[in-house]
Design a protein around this ligand. Structure first.
Ligand SMILES: [Zn+2]
Length: 85
């Protein structure tokens, strides 16, 4: 499947090693450690291994997992996706 990234969507890649500090910075690290961080689309529990990224919706941060369908869903609907990996 070819995904066309157009100007509207900005993706900021974050290196694996930085995921922890990235999550800490946006205030989601504790939630992940406590198993309370879930994917906004498929509702699976997110860990450092399957964390896909975050996007902003109405000023709130939402997270998603690494499943292709969830990532594509985030790209499709949101204009401010920040990838975790
Ligand atoms: Zn998901």
């Amino acid at each position: 499947m070819k995904v066309q990234l157009e100007g509207k969507v900005k993706i900021r890649a974050v290196h694996d090693a930085d995921v922890n500090s990235f999550l800490q910075k946006i205030g989601l690290l504790e939630d992940m450690k406590n198993g309370r961080l879930t994917c906004s689309f498929c509702n699976c529990v997110l860990s450092i291994d399957n964390f896909g990224g975050v996007f902003k919706e109405n000023g709130k941060l939402k997270s998603f997992c690494q499943k292709t369908e969830c990532y594509l869903e985030a790209l499709k609907e949101k204009s401010n996706v920040i990838r975790g990996k």
